[in-house]
Write a protein that binds this ligand. Structure first.
Ligand code: BG6
Length: 486
């Protein structure tokens, strides 16, 4: 009897896919009526120190981004996907993708974020994009907010800490869901909603030099995002019965750096801080450990009477998550104190290899994450990102021998299969990235993740031709054999 329930491989309808995000790929930052988005002003730093990646923290830096034309802003141009999407999607179809994740740039639909009417050209672009995917039988999985807030909502309203932004987001979501629900039914509301402390500018639209109480402002902004998330779930359900409304976290699995009980407990606390976001989105309420945290740290988070009810009634259908690595935790480790993309030396695990960017490679960690998340939530899981950022070298015969990437992906897929055998309801795998794009943290293209090479350098120079990497052919076979031939 029980034997019949045992799943020993990937389900037939498993979503083998790939992922990108609008702000890292589309370019065309000032075309089609698009407004300025927060990522359009993030500059590239030549010879950057990966242990000290700069993030925007002040109004002065925003002003510099608006006026300093000596800087390079790679996300303004991306890989020009806005103009090349047809050719790129043809390659995705050849690769065999069953699903493709990208995002809608909020600033294409509402250029400043607070307009009364949506921008028709922006709406048309995504119609064309989704039609192209559907024509190739590729299911669109669409993120509604992937570090793409209109900049105006930061400079004029203070970002997500301002409750008005919830209304602006609601309006944007209502417009796009009404517009596209006959083409798209799989939605990821927020990208990595728990990356708030890594980069408060990109994730929350917060300028740290303008807030008096950083922790309170960040948790206030997070409350607004959680509320906006619940409201988006409701809109999705009301607008189309087929809509599946998910949201996404960054998996932050940490291993205790010692077996001392104090460190073991602080690891539990650290992981709770990281999963508080999904606890609210899935269980519909603020967990006790967080209520205690707010009380003991004297954080006064403003909520309206109806907020808790809205959270309770509108929980997500599936949990999407990105998985790149694990880290170490120590006595007193706290997520809220972390800031920046850097993984410090003391958080590295000596048993693991590390990429040039300091990201550790740990395929077993993916199985741990899958088991942990499924045990905790018992709802379908989607791996919305996973991959290896590496320098690729174009050979004379125009390919890339990226065996290191194949090795990385293979080991992670093996662990996914093991997790499925453990009973985890895993519905899809969307490696980062379907094609090379601009890096979120460093704004380089040199940190490449794709199956398709884009001939372009960090300054945006190059032919922009697309070339299939060795991993392209490898992943094509993985998809064809439903994960059997690795
Ligand atoms: C996640 C983001 O943090 O990781 C993506 O959702 C990002 O936008 C990806 O690109 C990889 O990070 P990076 O900094 O190497 O591009």
């Amino acid at each position: 009897m029980l034997k019949d329930k045992y799943r020993n491989t990937f389900p037939e309808d498993f979503l083998w896919g790939g992922a990108i995000a609008a702000n890292q790929a589309e370019g065309a930052w000032n075309e089609g009526g698009k407004g300025l988005s927060l990522n359009d002003i993030v500059p590239y730093t030549k010879d950057m120190d990966y242990d000290d990646i700069k993030i925007i923290r002040s109004r002065k830096e925003v002003e510099d981004g608006l006026t300093n034309e000596a800087n390079i802003y790679p996300k303004r141009h991306g890989i020009d996907f806005y103009h090349t999407y047809k050719e790129d999607i043809a390659l995705f179809a050849e690769l065999g993708l069953k699903a493709f994740r990208t995002s809608i740039a909020w600033s294409r639909i509402f250029p400043k974020g607070d307009e009364a009417e949506a921008n028709p050209e922006g709406l048309e672009f995504y119609h064309n994009l989704f039609d192209e995917l559907l024509a190739h039988n590729i299911k669109p999985i669409i993120t509604l907010s992937h570090y793409e807030m209109p900049l105006h909502l930061i400079t004029e309203y203070g970002g997500w800490q301002n409750r008005q932004v919830v209304q602006f987001f609601e309006k944007y979501v209502e417009v796009v869901l009404k517009e596209y629900s006959n083409k798209v039914n799989d939605w990821i509301i927020f990208n990595q909603i728990n990356s708030a402390f890594t980069d408060p500018f990109l994730a929350l639209g917060i300028l740290e030099d303008e807030i008096e109480h950083p922790q309170e402002a960040k948790y206030q902004a997070i409350h607004h995002q959680l509320l906006a998330n619940a409201k988006a779930v409701k809109l999705g359900k009301d607008i189309h019965p087929k809509n599946k409304m998910g949201s996404m976290i960054l998996d932050l699995t940490a291993y205790p750096s010692s077996t001392h009980p104090e460190v073991m407990f602080d690891n539990v606390r650290y992981e709770q801080e990281a999963m508080f976001f999904s606890d609210v989105m899935i269980k519909g309420e603020y967990p006790g450990y967080m209520i205690r945290f707010f009380a003991e740290n004297d954080l006064d988070i403003h909520m309206e009477k109806e907020d808790l009810q809205i959270l309770k009634e509108n929980t997500i259908d599936f949990l999407a998550f990105s998985y790149y690595m694990t880290t170490l935790s120590h006595k007193g480790s706290s997520l809220t104190e972390s800031s920046g993309w850097h993984i410090s030396e003391e958080n590295r695990n000596k048993h693991l290899e590390t990429s040039e960017w300091g990201w550790q490679i740990d395929s077993k960690g993916l199985r741990i994450a899958l088991n942990k998340l499924y045990d905790r939530y018992q709802i379908p899981l989607l791996i919305a990102e996973n991959g290896l950022g590496a320098r690729d070298e174009l050979t004379k015969d125009k390919t890339i021998n990226d065996d290191y990437r194949i090795d990385y992906l293979r080991k992670h897929i093996i662990e996914m299969k093991e997790a499925i055998k453990d009973g985890v309801d895993l519905i899809g795998y969307l490696p980062w990235s379907a094609i090379d794009i601009i890096s979120a943290s460093t704004s380089e293209i040199a940190k490449r993740y794709g199956f398709i090479y884009v001939d372009q350098d960090d300054y945006g120079k190059g032919t922009k031709n697309r070339y299939k990497k060795k991993s392209f052919h490898w992943y094509q076979r993985v998809i064809q054999t439903n994960g059997e031939k690795l």
